[in-house]
Design a protein around this ligand. Structure first.
Ligand SMILES: [Zn+2]
Length: 128
């Protein structure tokens, strides 16, 4: 199978769409994915542990954002009068929120980039 253009894959991943057809949605809930594309039948779970890489991508992106903002916040040390414990708690809440914000993007880009590297055909026919 021919490798699709990277630009097309990134566009589909950014819109949480199937990397194969570009029509099927990836998510049926906030974090719950369809097992396969509702339009073309491409499996979104080709093997066990498939999304471990997406979790690592999510962790790296979250860490990069939180650490960057934390380092920038050091430029304004007297910005707030909160106690150290309160600040640590707020940073933890912020890190969890950023992580949750990135989950869908990480999964979508992981699926898209993997499909770009190893294009595959749907193993089931399209809509029943
Ligand atoms: Zn599809």
């Amino acid at each position: 199978m021919l490798r699709p253009p990277l630009r097309q894959i990134v566009h589909r991943a950014a819109h949480w769409r199937c990397p194969h057809c570009g029509q099927g949605r990836l998510f049926r809930g906030i974090f719950r994915m369809f097992p396969r594309c509702p339009e073309c039948g491409l499996s979104y779970f080709p093997e066990q542990g498939y999304y471990l890489g997406a979790m690592i991508v999510n962790y790296a992106a979250t860490t990069a954002v939180v650490v960057t903002i934390f380092l920038l916040s050091l430029l304004f040390p007297d910005f707030t009068t909160l106690s150290t414990n309160s600040k640590v708690f707020l940073w933890m809440v912020f890190a969890v929120a950023v992580s949750l914000l990135f989950v869908r993007h990480a999964y979508s880009f992981w699926l898209g980039i993997d499909f770009w590297i190893k294009p595959r055909q749907p193993d089931l026919p399209a809509k029943e």
